[in-house]
Design a protein around this ligand. Sequence first.
Ligand code: GLN
Length: 250
Amino acid sequence: MQFKKFVVCACAAACGLAATSSFARDILRVGTEPTFAPFEFLDTDTKEFSGFDMDLIRAVGTKAGYDVKILNMGFDALIPAVMTGTIDVIAAGVSITPERANRVDFTTPYYVSGVSMLIHKADAGKYKTFADLKGKKIAVQIGNTGAGKAKAVPGALVSAFNTTSEAFMDLLSKNADAVFLDRPVLAYYLKNQEKAAKVLTIPPYIDDAENYGFAVKKGNKALLEKLNKAYADLKASGEVDKIYKKWFQE
Ligand code: GLN
């Protein structure tokens, strides 16, 4: 035992950094798009990635034996990045859709959501469902499910932005008539942006339910199983509920 320790130390000293890192835990490279509060956003004080997804993937990744490293990318770049191996997993409020499931593998669903819309208060009587936006201007984030639903509205003029912040700005400045986006994100925005809350509103309408999952490279069964097992353990221990309560309880 003593001898072994000595050998390891000598090697670590001789090989420098390379040897040191071989004792470290593997890094899990997580891609996100942090304009999706309360799931992922950059904390203005700490500049850290913050939110429900960020806490959850840190807990799941750590439990699965990794050091979690979070990387910032465009939403539409996330799936290509996991497919090419630039990142190991996506944690970005990604809804599990059949089309996406052809390109990546999803973990156990961890949150039920759905797309709704944000409109001007003055239009509340006019715009009750997505179809009422026929021929109107809709602001969305590139590549998300809200963007897909906006494009399906006949004659709609869709402006697609890299971030949700730009889509919100487009609506606030009255360039757009609506933003199509996941309802909990719209609700969080209105709750935290006093100025916006004065002039904007979310109608009761919600489209179909969508499940969020973390996504890994298609066929990466080993990682998928590790993440699912870690998630199941954290769910059983009450840790997932704790994180949920932190972000979603009044
Ligand atoms: N849940 C939506 C989707 O997967 C929106 C995600 C997002 O914009 N971060 O498309």
